[in-house]
Design a protein around this ligand. Structure first.
Ligand code: CO8
Length: 300
């Protein structure tokens, strides 16, 4: 498992060698997008890694809405693991190649009218993605160029920094209660670590989806920029992060995130069990069915 922060639990912060990575002064990377090199043949995620900057862009490209189904979750984790192991990569920007959508969150169809075995397999993949992303030793920036509900919000707040398109029509938040389901404690913990306890309590209880300006106000995202500048701004911000002493930054990230990660690591099986018994309840299935129906009727 390529996960640096999980590795830290064994070697400890003192295990870092100073200055393992080359230092770069503060720099901007406005040229990143045009210099990109497509290193991926995968279908749901396109990866552009620029070895000259050490920055990879992961483009989610799973129409219609980048919903996180088992395939996309698995490919996301594998892609990130490969980048973690690639010595030429120091930072990852996560974004969407679909217009108006970052990610619609977990694919509801993976949890609706499927077998308990499938739900368990699906949930393990959700856990795996979060453990890898939240614990990544790489600098991770979400370039949120569209709506980002629920699991899409989790992806975003698992990164180190969030740049969002300045468009009030795009929303982000953990809206699970609107589906009649409950955000798991590690979704909640990640949100608390981002915006604090009280704001999370309100957000989760009400299933609140924040418009981009509202999200900036509560600190759910760090920056709003015009839509066509989201990825370039993320690249410029990445330049600043990569100028920081790498071992020191990684150790700081580990210090901040390890307790949250360890909580799930010590409890993974029980978490899968809880999810499966919750999601397969008839009342919960009914709520999911109604929500799916609502999504479809909205279209008409
Ligand atoms: N899963 C599956 N299908 C979806 C999802 C989804 N999350 N979101 C949208 N779709 C489907 C729609 O039903 C529609 O299907 P079809 O074409 O067959 O009718 C298609 O994708 C396109 O959707 P829209 O027409 O709605 O597209 P828009 O561009 O108008 O809107 C949105 C895009 C804003 C993303 C909108 O689709 C939306 O709000 N989707 C729902 C988002 C949502 O609520 N996601 C929550 C998922 S649950 C989750 O992530 C965490 C669960 C934690 C579980 C814990 C339990 C213990």
């Amino acid at each position: 498992m390529a996960n640096a922060l999980r590795g830290l639990s064994k070697c400890g912060v003192a295990g870092f060698l100073p200055q393992v990575f080359p230092r770069h002064g503060p720099r901007t990377l406005p040229h990143l997008v045009c210099q990109k090199r497509n290193n991926s043949t995968s279908s749901k995620i396109k990866v552009d890694l620029d070895p000259s900057t050490g920055v990879a862009v992961m483009w989610m490209q799973s129409p219609p809405v980048n919903s996180l189904n088992l395939d996309l979750l698995t490919e996301f984790t594998t892609t990130l693991e490969k980048l973690e192991m690639d010595k030429s990569c120091r930072g990852v920007i996560i974004t969407s190649s679909l217009p108006k959508i970052f990610s619609a969150g977990l694919d509801i169809l993976e949890m609706y009218q499927t077998s308990p075995e499938h739900c368990g397999e699906f949930w393990k993949a959700v856990q795996e993605l979060w453990l890898n992303l939240y614990g990544s030793k790489l600098t991770t920036i979400a370039a949120i160029n569209g709506s980002s509900p629920a699991g899409g919000c989790l992806l975003s707040i698992s990164c180190d920094y969030r740049v969002m398109a300045d468009n009030p029509r795009y929303s982000i938040g953990l809206n699970e209660t609107l589906l009649g389901i409950v955000a798991p404690y590690w979704f909640k913990d990640t949100m608390v670590n981002t915006v604090g306890h009280r704001t999370t309590e309100l957000a989760l209880a009400l299933g609140k989806l924040y418009s981009a300006p509202e999200a900036l106000k509560i600190g759910l995202v760090d920056e709003l920029v015009p839509e066509d500048q989201v990825v370039n701004t993320a690249a410029q911000t990445m330049g600043k992060w990569l100028a920081i002493n790498e071992p020191a930054r990684q150790a700081t990230k580990a210090m901040m995130r390890k307790p949250t990660i360890d909580k799930l690591l010590s409890n993974r099986e029980a978490d899968v069990h809880n999810f499966v018994s919750f999601i397969t309840q008839a009342s919960v299935q009914k709520s999911l069915g109604m929500y799916l129906k609502m999504l479809k009727s909205r279209k008409g």
